[in-house]
Design a protein around this ligand. Structure first.
Ligand code: KG4
Ligand code: ZN
Length: 351
């Protein structure tokens, strides 16, 4: 089966062609430069950029795969959650293509695609669901921080989420307080190298709370006060590196501790991580060390599939279609606030 997939939920326009579980083409037009001067994603600009980029990427993807639109067996797109107008561009274009070709269409949940993206492995990336094990999945991006129990490729349950800022948002906002360019996550990752992670005592919000939720706004506020009260300390290069290392260490410690704790509590053998923040080198290393110590398997999304991409949409769509999933209607609407399955009762969470 050959599937063309589209992703436009936020600030990346992406088109992929997936065939028999293999990602043949995965094109991503990043809008980072477009939004950098505003310090965050501007929905109107993102939407216009998707409108400009999408037809070009679809043509390029088909040409690179050396196929014609008529060779496609199905079309898929992100249906939600995301920025409404940005989602509309990709969903409606994909539905229109499926309608014109008279092929099945599948609207995919963006977080479900992140959830299963660690099971896309190798070069070229391909579906590795045969290696699947029940796991605790950490999804960490600019907009979301979720801890999910994943029992099979169709069954999952959200255990916890951030009650305020997402982990990526915390990276981006604290970086902004330090005067670093957007997006701040990769900047902090870079500057933290050589910094002392214990130089500044920063809070680890909800680290010991008896639940699977996260909170990062207190950490952001602590950094704001540090910058205000000790401007000298953070102005010089060494102090700035130390502060970046300290911010990163605080975020990583909470993410890793809570992921591992949930896996051990629920007796799940594996931890996975996906979403843009999973590019962070300290997070990848701390998860690897923590899982090795706890005797857990670790399955990380490969860096090119951590940030938003259509490959993960296409792989999941093909997998679902082969399993007999019904098509999504050609006129189905976007779902900007679509949530994953809600938390179970405390007893079912093993609390
Ligand atoms: O998944 P993503 O591409 O977009 C959504 O938000 O859905 O994630 C983007 C986020 C941004 O907050 C960015 O700063 C963060 O991922 N990020 C990182 C790194 N690379 C990207 N955060 C920390 N370290 C990184 N290396
Ligand atoms: Zn995402």
């Amino acid at each position: 089966m050959t599937v063309l997939a589209v992703e436009t939920s936020c600030d990346e326009t992406s088109v992929a062609i997936v065939s028999a579980g293999v990602v043949r083409i995965n094109l991503v037009a990043s809008q980072i430069q477009l939004h950098a001067e505003y310090g965050g994603v501007v929905p109107e600009l993102a939407t216009r950029a998707h409108l400009r980029n999408l037809p070009i990427l679809v043509r390029r993807a088909l040409a690179a795969a050396e196929i014609a639109a008529g060779d496609l067996d199905a079309v898929a797109a992100t249906r939600g959650p995301g920025l409404p107008s940005a989602l509309l561009v990709g969903l409606k274009a994909a539905q229109g293509l499926a309608f014109a070709l008279d092929r099945p269409f599948l609207g995919i949940h963006h977080h479900e695609a992140h959830l299963y993206s660690p099971w896309i492995a190798g070069q070229p990336p391909q579906a590795a669901f045969s290696a699947f094990e029940p796991n605790i999945a950490l999804i960490v991006s600019g907009g979301h921080t979720l801890l999910v129990r994943v029992d099979s490729v169709t069954q999952h349950q959200v255990l916890g989420a951030t009650i305020d800022d997402a982990a990526g948002e915390c990276f981006d906002k604290t970086a902004k307080l330090l005067g670093l360019p957007y997006p701040g996550g990769p900047e902090i990752d870079r500057l933290a190298v050589g910094g002392d992670p214990a130089a500044f005592a920063l809070p680890r919000p909800l680290l010991h709370a008896p639940n699977d939720d996260f909170s990062f706004s207190g950490l952001k506020t602590a950094v704001r006060y540090l910058v205000r009260d000790r401007p000298q300390a953070v102005a010089e290069p060494a102090g700035r590196r130390d502060l970046c290392a300290s911010i990163q260490a605080a975020i990583v410690e909470v993410l890793v501790a809570k992921s591992l704790r949930a896996a051990l509590r629920l007796g799940l053998p594996c931890v996975t991580a996906a979403g843009g923040v999973t590019c962070n080198r300290a997070l990848r290393q701390a998860l690897a060390e923590g899982c090795a110590q706890a005797g857990l398997r670790l399955q990380l999304a490969q860096p090119s599939l951590c940030t938003d991409n259509a490959a993960m949409i296409g792989i999941l769509a093909e997998q679902r279609l082969l399993a007999g999933a019904p098509s999504t209607a050609w006129d189905a609407d976007i779902e900007p606030a679509w949530t994953l399955a809600p938390p179970r009762s405390p007893a079912a969470q093993g609390a």
